[in-house]
Design a protein around this ligand. Sequence first.
Ligand code: 5CA
Length: 167
Amino acid sequence: MDQEMELKGNAREVQDELKQMGVKLQVLELPQTTRTAQNAADAIGCEIGQIVKSIIMRTKMSSRALCVLTSGTNQVDEKKVERWIGEPIKMADPNFVKNATGFSIGGVAPVGHSNPIITLIDEDLLNYAEIWAAAGTPNAVFRLTPMELLRITRSIAIRVAKEDENE
Ligand code: 5CA
């Protein structure tokens, strides 16, 4: 399609990666910014929970990158992820994110990283029929189903969200 022909830079690379994986998912470049989950929901006209945040964490001891694909309404509970990974973790800084994924914060896609990254998916994303993820730049996104996200990231869904302290 025309839109696909015009994709540039990282958005094109993400589109090429998706195509190589054999999935028919289309990267869209929007006129508005999609830098944050709220921005993306406003630009797309969907619920913020449908936005996939690609949160890059760093293991404290082995210094490996970890990608936690989180619903736009949730915050990552580091303790829940640590239990799964078996090592303390912390948020990655912007340089680490760029080196690990090839993308800058605000445009980190769930696929097409510079190196393979261990990925976990927030189970709350499974509640939606359709979700939207970043596609390499702060104004590129693509729509997919939660099952497609599981498949293209070869990942699993777990409970990662911080819960209300009263719960
Ligand atoms: N394009 C949208 C979703 S389609 C997007 O990328 N959203 S995001 O949530 O994945 O990216 C912003 C996230 O980057 C924030 O939620 C935050 O966790 C992280 N972030 C923002 N600033 C920093 C920073 N200075 N250091 C580390 N992480 C940051």
